[in-house]
Design a protein around this ligand. Structure first.
Ligand SMILES: *[C@@H]1O[C@H](CO)[C@@H](O)[C@H](O)[C@H]1NC(C)=O
Ligand SMILES: *[C@@H]1O[C@H](CO)[C@@H](O)[C@H](O)[C@H]1NC(C)=O
Length: 316
């Protein structure tokens, strides 16, 4: 029996996607969905910083009109390079770490990791991804918000690499990790709400709705995951954008940290301001989440089918 079991175990281990491909597939899924969703991201970011200055808040339509008027339709894709670069670091890391660690614990304990376990793994994966991806994130926010500054204040970065090298030269290398605490905080919230909840919704839809491992299952689980992700992460996202975009007034930074931003926004602009831009955020996060998981699952399915010659079955 033990021999048979050993054989079974070996077989189970064989029928897995190699670790580097887990990272690659995660990165590809996130980068493709980013290309599709970038204009929504731009609108969201511009709306979030628009209120810094206390004037009237633009609607998503105003933001889109202004971007097209100033730069043409291409204006909606400003910062796409930085955005894709950021995903290639941040999401490759966080999805790769999440999947590998989950499968590692599954193999080690010979059973699917518990909900608490996947929450911890997702938090760790998100934090790691965010920390290594922070420089690209700073570059992205700078580029996307540059066009709305008065022309004398613009930084006129020509590309994401230009932005990163100029930030290092003009403001010091540590500036690339500005906002790392809120970025990591946000990534923990996003990754738990997105990755762990996807796994959990997936398990739930499998057992409670009886869905098999296919498109329907992936769609249901990713919609659930997307809505949860958007609602939980918007306040943290707003705080992060404000910090990365803040000015230094009389040698003092505008905000001291995540809680400071949240407190100041609630006090000065009302608590609802923490969910400003909820509609474009949901319109961005839900389809983006759906795209990420559908593409990821399709890549997994294709690997199982064409390389392993087996039917795809998630191991977590
Ligand atoms: C809003 O910001 C712009 C650019 O930063 C500035 O020119 C304008 O005077 C500001 N308006 C107010 C009311 O502060
Ligand atoms: C960016 O270009 C504008 C003119 O379009 C100029 O006024 C501004 O000084 C430039 N900014 C920098 C940092 O060179």
């Amino acid at each position: 029996m033990s021999q048979q079991q050993q054989k079974d175990d070996e077989k189970k281990k064989d029928a897995a996607i190699p670790t580097p491909l887990k990272y690659l597939f995660g990165g590809l899924a996130a980068m493709s969905s980013t290309c599709v969703m970038h204009p929504m991201d731009l609108v969201k970011t511009r709306m979030q910083v628009a209120s810094d200055n206390g004037t009237k808040h633009p609607t998503p339509i105003d933001v889109i009109k202004t971007a097209i008027r100033n730069d043409g339709v291409i204006g909606l894709y400003r910062g796409l390079g930085a955005s894709v670069l950021r995903q290639s670091i941040y999401s490759t890391t966080r999805i790769g770490v999440y999947t590998s660690l989950s499968e590692f614990f599954r193999d080690r304990y010979q059973s699917a990791p518990s909900l608490n376990m996947i929450i911890c793994i997702a938090a760790f994966a998100g934090a790691t991804g965010a920390y290594v991806g922070n420089p690209a994130d700073v570059g992205l926010i700078r580029i996307m918000t540059d066009a709305r500054l008065p022309s004398a204040d613009r930084r006129n970065y020509t590309s994401v690499f230009n932005a990163l090298s100029r930030i290092v030269k003009e403001e010091g290398v540590l500036t690339l990790w500005r906002g790392a605490v809120p970025t990591v905080g946000r990534a923990i919230v996003v990754s738990v709400a997105q990755l762990a909840s996807y796994t959990q919704f997936r398990r739930w839809a499998k057992t409670k709705l009886g869905l098999g491992d296919g498109f329907g299952l992936h769609l249901v689980a990713s919609i659930g995951s997307g809505i949860l992700t958007a609602s939980a992460s918007l306040p943290v996202d707003i705080a992060k954008t404000r910090i990365q975009n803040m000015k230094v007034i009389n040698g003092k930074p505008e905000y001291t940290g995540l809680f400071d931003v949240i407190v100041k926004i609630s006090r000065n602009e009302g608590a609802l301001a923490l969910w400003r831009g909820y509609v474009p955020y949901v319109l961005r996060v839900v389809p983006q989440t759906i795209l990420i998981f559908i593409i990821l699952e399709q890549l997994n399915t294709a690997y199982f089918k064409y390389v392993l010659g087996e039917t795809y079955k998630s191991r977590i």
